[in-house]
Design a protein around this ligand. Structure first.
Ligand code: DHB
Ligand code: FE
Length: 271
């Protein structure tokens, strides 16, 4: 497509979508007879969102799930879920045995997350890449909370010859949207809580297969049914199993009980 033609096509979409956006906002002003006071309050709110760097957060809280829904159908593959505002590209590439980078005194229970990556056809996928990130046991993400090392609890690793993986990390805590910022204040004003259930984030990739961005949740989490961003899908909920068999623990160099979870990811072949 010639550049001029492509530009016209892109602008056509912008014009069409903006017309619809403006129509919705105009109808909203008319329906609620918005006052100038309220109008100025809205401007102040948006400025605050920008100043406190919460544009990605507020967008993701209210709209990302819908964008994911209109763009992804599982169609034989693992259900997708949103990336969220805390992904950082370029996480460390791990070496065996895989352990997400953590502080010397990283709080929380040790978690071994294992599983496999397969193609929708059933074939195992050796050499698939998992890019994994998560909140720590205090519900904080590195690079987005003060005082955490760069890339803490973020890493990339690959599946073995059988398409399998196991990675050591810690059990994440539920994530609470900061209450003091504009997004948190809005949720409070709406009478809503601020929690996401505890979760692990993954981007799973393999040549010839579509990138899968998803999240894993844990059975029994109190926030599963009311995730503030609404990103939970039932097939993505796994059991968090307590491990206390001494042989299993010794094989992994542990002398205390820990937790394990497992997930088998299925990727769709690229069309
Ligand atoms: C959002 C997503 C997350 O994964 C998270 O940990 C916090 C917030 C969000 O969509 O806003
Ligand atoms: Fe998250």
């Amino acid at each position: 497509m010639a550049v001029a033609e492509r530009t016209r096509a892109v602008n056509g979409r912008v014009a069409e979508i903006f017309a619809d956006l403006l129509e919705s906002l105009t109808a909203l002003v008319e329906k609620h007879r918005i006052t100038f006071d309220e109008y100025r309050q809205a401007i102040g709110f948006l400025e605050d969102v920008s100043r406190q760097r919460e544009v990605p957060l507020i967008m993701d809280v209210f709209l990302a799930v819908t964008v994911d829904n209109v763009n992804h159908i599982a169609n034989g593959g693992t259900e997708s879920s949103i990336e969220g505002p805390y992904y950082v590209a370029g996480a460390p590439v791990l070496e065996l045995p895989y352990e997400l980078p953590r502080r010397d005194e990283e709080p929380g229970d040790v978690l071994f997350c294992s599983g496999s990556v397969r193609s929708a056809s059933g074939a195992v996928l050796p050499g698939a890449t998992l890019d994994m990130w998560q909140a720590n046991a205090d519900g904080q993400y590195s690079q987005f909370s003060e005082g955490l090392p760069r890339h803490n609890l973020r890493g990339r690793f690959t599946t073995d010859e059988q398409g399998r993986f196991e990675v050591r990390t810690v059990v994440p805590a539920a994530y609470e949207i900061p209450k003091a910022g504009p997004t948190g204040r809005l949720l409070s004003a709406l009478g809503r809580h601020h929690f996401r259930p505890a979760h692990l984030h993954f981007k799973v990739s393999h040549p010839d297969h579509e990138l899968l961005t998803t999240q894993i949740f844990f059975e029994g989490d109190p926030w599963l049914d009311s995730d503030v961003v609404g990103a939970v899908k039932e097939p993505l909920v796994v059991r968090l199993e307590k491990k206390d068999a001494s042989e299993w623990l010794a094989k992994r160099g542990l002398d205390r009980p820990c937790y394990a979870c497992s997930y088998d990811f299925i990727l769709r072949r690229r069309a």
